[in-house]
Design a protein around this ligand. Sequence first.
Ligand SMILES: Cc1cc2nc3c(=O)[nH]c(=O)nc-3n(C[C@H](O)[C@H](O)[C@H](O)COP(=O)(O)O)c2cc1C
Length: 133
Amino acid sequence: MIIYYSLSGHTKAVATQISEKTGDRLYEIELDKPYKNNPLMMVRFTKEKMTGVIPMVKKIDMIDDIIYLGYPIWGKDMSLAMQGFLKANDLSGKTIKPFITSDTSELEISLSTLKKLAPHASIDANFKPENIE
Ligand SMILES: Cc1cc2nc3c(=O)[nH]c(=O)nc-3n(C[C@H](O)[C@H](O)[C@H](O)COP(=O)(O)O)c2cc1C
């Protein structure tokens, strides 16, 4: 399955491309209090980042063994919405294939957060959506 967070649609577009290639089902992360896609969200994000607040995300019931996990990079790290998802959902024993979208940042800068929040998952850090046959 493909689990992703997307505020302005870039990550959603990549998630959709993956599902078209693999046939996997899509799951879009929803926040209890969604970010608004407008400049005010930067105020909220900056405040959350400074105070270490991670937004609340729903727990989901059924999670497949292989997960394509997509998120935007925010503030040189995994977006807080995905961090909230990983705090709410235990991915122990699963295989995670992470993918990101960003302006310039690379996946690597978010890997330590991914490993910290999914410590007992197997992470395929070499996964690239464009390499799916
Ligand atoms: C709050 C915020 C912080 C961001 N921080 C970064 C960053 O540190 N590095 C980067 O390359 N892009 C950064 N971006 C750009 C997003 O990662 C990029 O636009 C991404 O594709 C958005 O994905 P989405 O359309 O799925 O929400 C940031 C965007 C936002 C809204």
